[in-house]
Design a protein around this ligand. Structure first.
Ligand code: ADP
Length: 165
């Protein structure tokens, strides 16, 4: 049985991530979305909110789970018995960083293999950070995130505006 992890911030999960998840879940027996619990990084959503949004988005995929983790990703992989780590590559932004991280991960965990999926054409320019900017400015989020994530984004920015005023 091949178990794969797909680690990331998922702040929040987008259709770009979900496209990778769908493709990876058809290749591996089990796919575990690992959501970094990294309080020092400035994130919009709390860890439990990111986990819940991811769980709801993959509820229809029987072999996909979502859980949070802290510490080294290679240790998370070991803990859940994963042999493979999945990442997505967008044309313009991801290759160098992924390459560097993989060289380090290989030193730390030689048995863990990285499988990268090329982002699909329609999601090449979709990132969680850009999405948050659009949401903050009241832009349309259709086609970029599932409905429950769009609602969570709107609510989060409404709360923030409310707090400031
Ligand atoms: P991280 O903080 O690790 O970059 P992200 O949540 O931003 O976490 O991304 C998790 C993974 O998903 C990374 O491999 C990233 O390159 C990939 N990814 C992000 N957005 C997309 C997208 N639109 N299409 C395909 N892969 C993506």
């Amino acid at each position: 049985m091949t178990i794969a992890i797909y680690p990331g911030s998922f702040d929040p999960i987008t259709h770009g991530h979900l496209d990778i998840i769908k493709r990876a879940s058809s290749l591996f027996d089990k796919l575990i979305i690992g959501i970094y619990d990294r309080p020092e990084k400035s994130l919009l959503f709390h860890t439990q909110e990111r986990v819940e949004m991811a769980r709801q988005a993959v509820a229809h995929l029987g072999n996909v789970q979502a859980q949070s983790y802290s510490g080294l990703t290679v240790n998370f992989a070991k803990k859940v018995g994963a042999q493979v780590m999945v990442r997505g590559l967008r044309m313009s932004s991801d290759f160098e960083r992924e390459f560097e991280m993989e060289m380090m991960n290989k030193k730390l965990a030689p048995d863990l293999d990285l499988v990268c999926f090329m982002a699909s054409l329609q999601y090449q320019f979709l990132s969680s950070s850009l999405l948050k900017e659009v949401a903050q400015l009241g832009g349309c989020l259709e086609d970029m995130v599932p409905d429950h994530v769009a609602t969570a984004l709107r609510d989060k920015f409404a709360q923030k505006t409310h707090k400031v005023s």
